[in-house]
Design a protein around this ligand. Structure first.
Ligand code: AMP
Length: 349
């Protein structure tokens, strides 16, 4: 029986470990937090930091291949492992997605449209960049931003930019042009070791307080938009020589044009609906891809809505369980802090 090492111990690792077990694979989790959500359902955990050299050697020894559940895995750690055993998705996917400037340069280099952008290293550059975008734009940290953290929106030409560079922590930033999108969608796509590509249907995503609230499938977009989004996902997968599942987030303009916002080289929150509405979920699809098994075609048997259960939403679980057609999935987190993803529910419509 083969063993898959998973770097990162959150809910995505948990759902990957469960999917792996169903296909007779063992899993080892590398995660500093003991009894993390993934380790609760995996075969074992190495409790150590992601860049701990002894722990990485132990992980390589214990496993036949390595994958990961978050994009901020240290690239050096992934590269070190890749010298000993297969690491999927390839470490290059981490390098590209960890920095919003590198990511946009990569996407534009593949002919994929994104927001226009300027790299910002000080207040003066910020003011010049804002002038270039007529004072309207979205300022973000280049690295380590998630769920809308480390961001500031400039709505009006008159918004005061004074002190804005330092306010985001005196770190490298990006100013993106503001995209007046009509909706946000995402595509969850997969590429196998043989180069086969399969996409799930696009989900339409609503965010609240910068965190994904719901994903609805089908998204209210036309076939041309869907085809363009799928084509962009396929281009990204090919360009990275990718193996595994990727999440690609898009802004959709009023004319239906999809513009890539960001890519996540892993299973993605906006793909959780697949466990209820597809024969094969994104988690199983990822395990199939990285182990060289045949991919599912991503076919969907039902329409559905996935909603995240965040913080106190966990108290609604009994009510969700009482509803017909609702599938509840909880993450094994003991403390329900505000903004913390505790689980999700998908209901078929
Ligand atoms: P992100 O962390 O890049 O996913 O951004 C979080 C949310 O902020 C997105 O889902 C959008 O709703 C909004 N947003 C981010 N970038 C832009 C942009 N360039 N133009 C308009 N809205 C944006």
């Amino acid at each position: 029986m083969r063993t898959i090492g998973i770097i990162g111990g959150g809910q995505l690792g948990r759902m990957l470990a469960m999917a792996a077990a169903r296909l007779n694979f063992r899993t080892v989790i590398l995660e500093p937090q003991p009894d993390c959500p993934a380790a609760q359902v995996a075969n074992s955990q190495i409790v150590a930091n992601y860049d701990d050299e002894a722990a990485l050697a132990k992980l390589a020894e214990a496993c036949d291949l390595i994958t990961y559940e978050f994009e901020n895995v240290p690239v050096a750690a992934a590269e070190r492992l890749a010298r000993a055993l297969p690491v999927y998705p390839p470490p290059k996917a981490l390098e590209v997605s960890q920095d919003r400037v590198t990511e946009k340069q990569f996407l534009n280099g593949c002919g994929i449209e994104t927001a226009r952008f300027h790299a910002i290293d000080d207040q003066e550059q910020l003011e010049q960049a804002l002038a270039d975008f007529s004072g309207i734009g979205v300022l973000k940290t280049r690295r380590l931003g998630y769920d809308g953290k480390g961001q500031r929106l400039f709505h009006h030409k008159t918004d005061d930019a004074a002190g804005a560079y330092m306010a985001l922590g005196n770190v490298p930033l990006i100013l993106e042009s503001f995209i007046a999108f009509e909706r946000e969608i995402s595509i969850i796509a997969a590429r196998g070791t043989d180069g086969a590509i399969a996409c799930f249907d696009p989900a339409e995503n609503i965010h609240r307080n910068g965190i994904l609230h719901t994903s609805t499938v089908p998204a209210s977009v036309g076939e041309t938009t869907t085809a363009a989004a799928r084509a962009a996902a396929a281009t990204i997968l090919e360009a990275l020589g990718y193996v595994g599942v990727i999440g690609v987030e898009f802004f959709v303009l009023a004319d239906g044009t999809p513009i890539v916002n960001e890519i996540a080289p892993r299973v993605h929150n906006s793909g959780h609906w697949t466990e209820a509405a597809c024969v094969v979920s994104q988690f199983e699809q990822h395990i199939r891809a990285v182990t060289g098994l045949a991919l599912s075609d991503g076919a969907r048997h039902s329409d559905c809505v996935m909603q995240n259960l965040i913080g106190d939403d966990i108290e609604d679980v009994p009510a969700w369980l009482a509803k017909p057609n609702a599938l509840v999935h909880l993450y094994g987190k003991s403390e329900a802090r505000p903004g913390r993803k505790m689980g999700h529910v998908t209901w078929l419509i």
